[in-house]
Design a protein around this ligand. Sequence first.
Ligand code: URA
Length: 261
Amino acid sequence: MRIDSLATRARALAALGIESWQLRSRRGEPSESLPQSSSDQRPSVQSPRVQRSIVEVPEPLTIEAPIVEAPLVAGDWDALRQQVASCTRCGLHAERTQAVFGVGDIKAQWMVVGEAPGSEEDKRGEPFVGAAGQLLTAMLAAIDLPRESVFIANILKCRPPENRDPKPAEVAQCLPYLRRQIEWIQPRMILAFGRVAAQNLLGVEQPLSRLRGRVHHLPGTQTPVIVTYHPAYLLRVPADKRKAWEDLKFARRSFESVAQA
Ligand code: URA
């Protein structure tokens, strides 16, 4: 089902806090590079000045295991789903209700990648079903993408406790599952929502503000990746919804030009 009635689109835009929209015609269009925001950068924590202590206690020596990415996953889609369901590659399996494999059309042209399941997703076994998920669904609808027409997955399949950031070792174990899903689906466009999704998909460390407004490619492939704000961030900072809207329109235009090429 296509979402193209004016009323439906207006509702999606209202959810984004935007009153009206128009995709600009390609001719005479201003540059597609977008203004950069620094608001997604974490505030720097200033350490308070402390008096030098008289006795200096050395830091305990911790030896971290090197982070090695898990081997590629073999098998078909159902085998992959089963591997994810029974995965014990990292410690997150111990606390999960269930792994969240992903949802949507496995022949989708668009893939959506988020960070990791939250508590609602952990309970229901589906990505983006909590408050952030509702906003995500509205954001997709605003560019004529019904939720069921895309495939939605996360960098991590299991919920990190207290919704903390994924650890590099967890990502290293889990990313091969997402890579395999991408290989299988062969999307024509990937939308990365949030810093964690963008940095891990692209293998870069730049802040989100630097990654927006450009078409990237998934390393080693021709698959375009466009980056925007995570809906959970937009719920906290609604002032940036307008920039997210610019990103979504940019993604839609980029998709159309790839589709015509
Ligand atoms: N946030 C995410 O990044 N993914 C989800 O599935 C839910 C919330």
